[in-house]
Write a protein that binds this ligand. Structure first.
Ligand SMILES: Cc1cc2nc3c(=O)[nH]c(=O)nc-3n(C[C@H](O)[C@H](O)[C@H](O)COP(=O)(O)OP(=O)(O)OC[C@H]3O[C@@H](n4cnc5c(N)ncnc54)[C@H](O)[C@@H]3O)c2cc1C
Ligand code: SF4
Length: 497
């Protein structure tokens, strides 16, 4: 790019009080503002969709699932009219299968590799089918698994997010007692405080938590924070093992003067308030909103603030469209909802009023050479009544001070069994290094850690569970340790089409 140039869109450097208001919409508009993004399938739709599955052997969808759910098998069970059996197959590997059916980016996981996608560009709707099955079982209200006899072991779990809940459930199922210490007043982690409102409606996070904890043996200590109310030393003394599932409580900063202004907001904080708001019309909403970031959080805050009545919402991302962490599907969703996504722009300066509030943001165009990003000198200024920072979250290591736990790239280092460098302490979910920062991968971490804890505490030599196999054998889908491959013969069920 040649000489530095400054374009100005809808902004001047003179004082301009931010236009931030509550109740931007008519009262009636709030009623269905965050309706279910993907309404559930009817029974007929589920059967038709299940019928599209080829029940592949060595199914690529199953390999792509971070929790290794036996997808062809559960789809086969739905096709056979056995939705509850299908749910059991799902929950045996992923106890938060109901939430994952709603929030998994299936377009980059199981559905991306489905042979129907490869052949026709139209995958089997695995996520929808998973929801159909798990919803049916949850509606019945009965927990599908039984607890083993008490072992006398007691495990501390720190954090009641997907990783902590998954670990707690599996440990309780093996007969251990579990105490979960949670910083907040409610459990669920980002399922309750972070996921976009239109992905999880009707208080699903709390309903699922209740369903999962029906297993028994899980006790919650809310408003208890590691580092403030409890220490690693105390947990080591009082418990047989510790699992850390603390997520990423901190957020990255823009590192620009003026960032402390009340209208420069952490997207995750705002979403937490939105998710807990009893009256959405009380939330402050700017007229012109700029979101900085390129991941799921950026997309989620942009869509939600637009739905709450913001007039112009722009996402500014410092690299190209293909580099965005948000999937193509998520990007399209934002655009369909009227959000503008602009690429190759990085924040340069916050334009401030005398009272410290921000009225605009200057962004610099960027370019990348051999992966190295640099500013071109050319800038653009966007009017901004609110600026949302969605540039990633960070782990806060303070509660682990003096614990001896090794860290890598600012997160907890773990081995394949999710064991940390300190005896008796495991960790999983977003707080560990090398993960994918997804709900489903956090559930997997919790499960793998719980299996390892169980084997270590009970001195069982092999490190692989066998629980899913037990569930399948009980349903007649396993024989001598081998999965019975669904055969080509037609299955009878009361078809409605
Ligand atoms: C806005 C947003 C939207 C997202 N959308 C999706 C999505 O659509 N699909 C998807 O797959 N993933 C999504 N994710 C990612 C997903 O939510 C996380 O990967 C997942 O929740 C991580 O689970 P976790 O258990 O590791 O951590 P968390 O869910 O963060 O839970 C950690 C828990 O630990 C508690 N805690 C923290 N510190 C302490 C302490 N010192 N003492 C006691 N308790 C503590 C916290 O209060 C919290 O309850 C999203 C993330 C964000 C931020
Ligand atoms: S890849 Fe697609 S067609 Fe094959 S088993 Fe999985 S969902 Fe069915």
């Amino acid at each position: 790019m040649g000489s530095a140039e400054n374009k100005s869109i809808g902004a001047s450097n003179s004082a301009l009080q931010p236009d931030i208001q509550t109740a931007r919409l008519d009262a009636q508009a709030y009623v269905d503002i965050f309706d279910d993004l993907n309404p559930p399938l009817t029974r007929h739709e589920a059967l038709v969709e299940a019928d599209r599955c080829y029940f592949c052997y060595d199914a690529p969808c199953m390999i792509a699932c971070p929790t290794s759910i036996d997808i062809p098998l559960f789809i086969r069970q739905i096709a056979a009219g056995n939705a509850k059996g299908a749910a059991k197959t799902i929950l045996a590997e992923n106890i938060l299968g109901g939430m994952c059916a709603r929030v998994c980016p299936t377009e980059t996981l199981c559905e991306q590799v489905c042979v129907r996608e490869t052949a026709e560009g139209k995958p089997v709707k695995i996520g929808h089918l998973q929801r159909y099955a798990t919803d049916e079982l949850m509606e019945e209200g009965q927990h599908p698994f039984k607890r083993a006899a008490p072992t006398g072991k007691h495990i501390a779990v720190v954090g009641a997010g997907p990783a902590g809940i998954s670990a707690a459930h599996r440990l309780a199922m093996y007969g251990h007692e579990v105490t979960v210490f949670e910083n907040r007043a409610k459990g669920g982690g980002l399922n309750e405080y972070g996921i976009a409102a239109y992905k999880t409606v009707d208080n699903f996070a709390q309903r699922e938590l209740e369903f999962v904890t029906q297993i028994g043996g899980i006790h919650f200590e809310y408003n208890k924070s590691l580092g403030r109310d409890i220490s690693i030393e105390a947990l080591k003394t009082g418990f047989d093992a510790i699992f850390l599932g603390m997520g990423l409580p901190g957020v990255n900063a823009l590192n620009l003067p003026g960032e402390e202004a009340s209208n420069v907001i952490d997207a995750v904080d705002y979403i937490a308030k939105l998710r807990q708001a009893e009256d959405l019309s009380t939330l402050p909403v700017g007229r012109d909103v700029v979101v900085i970031g390129g991941g799921m959080t950026a997309i989620d805050i942009a869509i939600q603030i637009k739905k709450l009545g913001a007039e112009n919402v722009t996402i500014a991302y410092r690299r190209g469209q293909e580099n965005m962490n948000a999937s193509e599907y998520e990007q399209e969703l934002a655009q369909v909802n009227g959000v503008i996504i602009r690429h190759w722009l990085q924040p340069k300066e916050l334009k401030r009023n005398a009272d410290g509030t921000v009225n605009a943001i200057e962004l610099e165009y960027t370019t990348s050479e051999n992966g190295r990003l640099s500013g071109t000198g050319e800038t653009i200024t966007l009017k901004a009544d609110q600026i949302f920072k969605a540039i990633g979250q960070v782990f806060e290591p303070e509660p682990l001070k003096n614990s001896g736990i090794s860290m890598s790239k600012g997160r907890i280092s773990v081995n394949e069994q999710r064991h940390t460098s300190v005896d008796g302490i495991w960790a999983g979910g977003d707080c560990v290094a090398g993960g994918e920062d997804l709900t489903v991968s956090s559930v997997e971490d919790g499960k793998v850690a719980a299996e390892s804890i169980h084997h270590v505490l009970m001195q069982i030599p092999q490190a692989i569970s066998g629980f899913a196999e037990e569930v399948l054998s009980a349903q007649g889908w396993m024989n001598n340790g081998q999965r019975i491959v669904p055969g080509p013969e037609p299955i009878e069920w009361p078809r409605e089409h």
